[in-house]
Design a protein around this ligand. Structure first.
Ligand SMILES: NC(=O)C1=CN([C@@H]2O[C@H](COP(=O)(O)OP(=O)(O)OC[C@H]3O[C@@H](n4cnc5c(N)ncnc54)[C@H](OP(=O)(O)O)[C@@H]3O)[C@@H](O)[C@H]2O)C=CC1
Ligand SMILES: O=CC(=O)O
Length: 328
């Protein structure tokens, strides 16, 4: 009998056909909530789960007694209780590498858009306010040659730093759990403490994953250390930043501008002041959101679940201990 997979958000027809060749698939194209009764009924019989952005809780796992593997269509896995999954022998897979360059493009887009005030000035033109040559009050700041401070120098952080160092001649500072000697050699990057980075960088760019160690890593104290002329970029997870402190620091002019792809609560609540601030470029979590990259991510998830449920090692397992249990 075929194993059963529940899939949601979002696979194309070829990917669904590929899965249906090996498995019984229940597909929820537009799942609104994990409480959807049809979704829960399918989950109760599922061996595999494929999808993204759903908060997976132990209570939800209790409703999936046959679950063997989850293939997340994301590289970040802060919405999964990894230890609990491992304890239950459920394998979790993610999608590293295939989204690195696109997410780095988005990070650099935020650097450029904030420094050159692209959104604010495009709105100015759109409103018909461009009546004469713009003056100094609307000038931006250079990107090339400025110091880029990377908070996190993993796959995405390195790809952003590479764009900055090799494309824009930016000196790179980084704070990261472990040293990155190869990147130091390639990019001339220098590792330093977070406080030194915050004090010295013209652009502070956050790319660490959300974890117990990084939650609210950047708050009022950290914003106060930044230069008044500096620009803050967050392309990782909203909860790495204390958002109330970010808003207060922007209001008080502690630094110049913020480029944000991620927020404490997503979608951003309607009463958030952030999108209305001229100094803020706010994007709706589109780091990896190109047709090519989202297709590649979904394909990686399809391949991961197919391999895992077929008894073969998946391409990108997160909790390899669970893989050992599953492959016994
Ligand atoms: N906005 C978007 O759409 C997207 C957002 N993301 C986010 O980006 C994150 C990073 O992805 P990716 O670059 O692939 O992940 P990586 O694991 O390659 O990079 C994360 C880096 O952060 C470092 N790090 C982890 N914890 C700490 C800490 N406590 N202090 C300092 N450094 C730390 C790691 O150090 P070490 O190397 O020593 O382990 C690693 O170098 C994802 O987890 C996700 O949250 C990802 C894709 C798209
Ligand atoms: O935020 C996106 C991810 O892949 O993680």
């Amino acid at each position: 009998m075929k194993k059963r997979i529940v899939a949601f958000r979002r696979l194309n027809d070829d990917q669904l056909d590929q899965l249906r060749g090996d498995f019984h698939v229940d597909y929820f194209d537009n799942l609104e909530s994990a409480d959807d009764p049809a979704f829960l009924a399918a989950l109760a019989k599922a061996h595999g789960l494929v999808g993204a952005s759903l908060k997976i809780t132990p209570a939800l796992l209790d409703k999936a007694p046959h679950l063997e593997a989850i293939a997340s269509i994301s590289v970040g896995y802060d919405n999964y209780p990894v230890e609990e999954l491992t304890r239950r022998g459920i394998l979790l897979c993610n999608t590293p590498d295939v989204l690195t360059e696109t997410t780095a493009d988005t990070g650099f887009l935020l650097i450029m858009a904030t420094a050159r005030r692209a959104v604010e000035l495009a709105d100015f033109v759109k409103r018909g306010d461009w009546q004469s040559s713009i003056g100094e009050a609307q000038f931006g700041s250079d990107v090339h040659g400025k110091t880029l401070g990377m908070v996190g120098l993993g796959r995405i952080g390195a790809a952003i730093a590479r764009r900055g160092a090799l494309g824009f001649g930016m000196p790179i500072l980084y704070s990261n759990a472990s040293p990155k000697p190869a990147l130091e050699k390639e990019l001339g990057a220098r590792r330093c403490e977070l406080d030194e980075l915050l004090e010295a960088a013209d652009f502070v760019c956050v790319t660490v994953p959300l974890s117990a160690q990084t939650e609210r890593l950047i708050g009022a104290r950290e914003f106060a250390l930044m230069r008044q002329s500096a620009i803050f970029i967050n392309i990782s997870r909203g909860k790495v930043v204390d958002e109330a402190a970010l808003i207060a620091a922007l209001e008080q002019g502690e630094f110049r501008a913020a480029g944000l792809d991620v927020f404490e609560q997503e979608p951003l609540p309607k009463d958030s002041p952030l999108p209305q601030m001229a100094k803020v470029v706010a994007l709706p979590h589109i780091g990896s959101a190109t047709v090519e990259t989202r297709t590649a991510m979904a394909q990686r998830a399809v391949d991961n679940i197919t391999l895992a449920l077929g008894g073969q090692r998946p391409i990108s397992p997160v909790n390899t201990d669970a893989w050992a249990t599953l492959s016994d």
